[in-house]
Design a protein around this ligand. Structure first.
Ligand SMILES: Nc1nc2c(ncn2[C@@H]2O[C@H](COP(=O)(O)OP(=O)(O)OP(=O)(O)O)[C@@H](O)[C@H]2O)c(=O)[nH]1
Ligand SMILES: [K+]
Ligand SMILES: [Mg+2]
Length: 368
């Protein structure tokens, strides 16, 4: 039996099994089994390869990258070409784009790399079409645009989500607040600081046993934690990426239909062909990327607002700021003065290299 057939078998078994106290253990086992089978599918050893193929992995430029994922002919290349000014072939024929096509768009002074990708189809991560390579590129992006054609069934959204999830990508989600600390002995010890509403001890034990973990401290701080969350923590190779649903081709629908589309979370309805509502999409993209712009202020001069140093959230200390300008600056720095949201007071705060900056802060570096 192939891995895909075994996955199907486990999934069928899960659908047949009603969730209740008596079946918890069995369901836990099935969920862990499923995750292990999916891992086989992602791993390069399964044939077909899990990494990005030749021509799919492009040089990364800019401060962050946005990957376009969607079914064929939803308008990915139309959007990317117009957004970046880079040519990417457009046609009404499916699978026009055959490889990654990179372009750049500047938003609020920050160069953002846009990756137009080939269309994917259902079953992509089982190796159908170029889906695996496409999703492998998406896994490395800072933001994913899931592009949908509003004239096609909305069920396509769930299909794309499933394909990405099957590849270990978690969309618009934080890593679960669960820890699993393995020990030499002492058995399984479960501590929860929140009530366990979606998982019980039987399910936890079944999952751990499936992974041959016999001694461990499990701490659950995640409200509503599920068996899948625990499996994700144990598997460990998950990536948590923000996503926006780009609902394209709204030029072809009525206002009433458009109102319904606005109810979908994380979505932005646009028309790439007629260039409708693209400003909102760019603003949503900027917010989702969560970048930090920092302006430099030379001694005695006004801050330079024309060229911000753009940093990523989580990597935006004074040290990161210095390294972004020049390797040596952090070493030469005596202290820095910061104005803006991260500063304690408006007249400027004297700080050291580990101070964390906020978007639109102004910084002066005083050298030794
Ligand atoms: N009505 C309408 N048609 C659009 C829009 N955007 C793209 N199209 C049309 O949709 C078709 C497919 O566009 P592409 O940009 O090639 O789509 P794609 O998603 O890149 O397709 P693949 O590369 O084959 O996956 C073309 O005929 C476009 O002119 C839009 O906003 N409105
Ligand atoms: K096309
Ligand atoms: Mg295309």
């Amino acid at each position: 039996m192939t891995t895909v057939q075994r996955i199907k078998e486990v999934e069928d078994e899960m659908t047949k099994t009603q969730k209740n106290k008596a079946t918890s253990y069995h369901l836990g086992q099935l969920k862990a089994k499923l995750a292990k089978l999916r891992r086989e599918l992602i791993a390069p050893s399964s044939g077909g390869g899990g990494g990005a193929g030749v021509g799919f992995d492009v040089a990364r430029t800019g401060i962050a990258s946005v990957g376009f994922v969607g079914f064929p002919s939803v308008g990915k290349s139309t959007l990317m070409s117009k957004l970046t000014g880079t040519h990417s072939e457009v046609s009404e024929i499916d699978f026009t784009t055959l490889t990654t096509v990179p372009g750049t768009v500047k938003v609020h002074g920050a160069p953002i790399q846009i990756l137009d990708l080939p269309g994917i189809i259902e079953g992509a991560n089982d190796g159908r079409g170029r889906g695996k390579q496409v999703i492998a590129v998406a896994r490395t992006c800072n933001l994913i645009f899931i592009v949908l054609d509003v004239l096609k069934p909305l069920g396509d959204k769930a299909i794309i989500e499933r394909e990405l999830e099957g590849f270990g990508i978690r969309l618009n989600k934080k890593p679960p607040a669960i820890t699993c600390r393995k020990k030499e002995k002492g058995g399984i010890n479960i501590v929860n600081t929140v009530p366990l509403t979606n998982i019980d001890h039987d399910e936890i034990k079944a999952i751990l046993s499936e992974y041959r973990i016999n001694n461990a401290d499990i701490a659950i701080r995640q409200p509503g934690a599920t068996a899948d969350d625990l499996v994700d923590v144990i598997e460990g190779n998950r990536v948590y990426i923000p996503a926006l649903y780009v609902l394209n081709k709204i030029d072809a629908i009525s206002i009433e239909e458009l109102d319904l589309l606005y109810k979908i979370p994380y979505s932005v309805p646009i028309s790439s062909k007629e260039w409708l509502n693209v400003d909102e999409l760019i603003e949503s993209m900027w917010e989702a990327l969560d970048l930090v712009r920092v302006y430099t202020k030379p001694r005695g001069l006004a801050p330079d607002y024309s060229q911000p140093v753009v940093l990523r959230r989580g990597k935006c200390s004074i040290e990161d700021f210095c390294n972004n300008i020049h390797k040596e600056i952090a070493k030469q720095m005596k202290y820095a003065v910061v104005w803006g949201a991260s500063a304690k007071h408006s007249r400027g705060q004297k700080v050291g290299t580990d101070h964390i900056l906020e978007d639109e802060d102004v910084v002066h570096i005083s050298k030794k």
